[in-house]
Design a protein around this ligand. Sequence first.
Ligand SMILES: C[S@@+](CC[C@H](N)C(=O)[O-])C[C@H]1O[C@@H](n2cnc3c(N)ncnc32)[C@H](O)[C@@H]1O
Length: 212
Amino acid sequence: MPDDGLPFSPACLRNQDPILALLRRWLAPNARVLEVGSGSGQHAIHMARHLMGVRWQPSDRQESLAGLAGRIALEGQDGLAPGAQVAPPLVLEVSQPHWPTGPFEAVFTANTLHIMPAAAVPHLLAGSARVLASGGLLLVYGPFRYGDRHTAPSNGAFDAHLRSLDPAMGVRDAEALLAEAAGLGLHLLADEPMPANNRLLVLRKGNEGRGG
Ligand SMILES: C[S@@+](CC[C@H](N)C(=O)[O-])C[C@H]1O[C@@H](n2cnc3c(N)ncnc32)[C@H](O)[C@@H]1O
């Protein structure tokens, strides 16, 4: 763990390479990426160090911005992949109307859906649908339930823990999420298994979903 006094997530360190491997597959060259709920900023830095030409826009709620901005100021210029950029972070609370205009080729978010209130999740989907270019991708990393079943007992325990802290938090149901997303023109392209019982859902803005 670095001793720079900035927020640091051990989970990010563990999941950043598996996520990178899939972003390499899914992101178009030189993609403009809006990250929602960037937290410590580790994903922003890691992806921009490895994805040539990527233009990464981190964001988070006001209360998380100082730490995030500190990380980007400290590390956001050094060792980036050729042509890659990390922009100064934006304040973005998904339920508020002030989303960046875009267009973005991708919206990426990791481990945010179970933290934000359930009522905020449709705003995340609607905002993403607004700012994505046609054919752009929404990539959502984290734990999910399917048909109200957890994919592992540890995810069930995590869900119960979150709900005990705040009933508005909790592991989201992938099928309900995908139904809501489809109504906004975001269709499932892939549901990738990830380490530690997480998933990466890949949705595309447009008509052609998986098998389409
Ligand atoms: C568990 S952290 C994950 C941070 C980072 N993406 C990661 O993978 O380590 C959850 C993040 O979601 C953000 N978040 C929660 N509710 C949000 C909302 N309504 N709008 C935008 N971001 C939100 C928090 O500020 C926090 O940075």
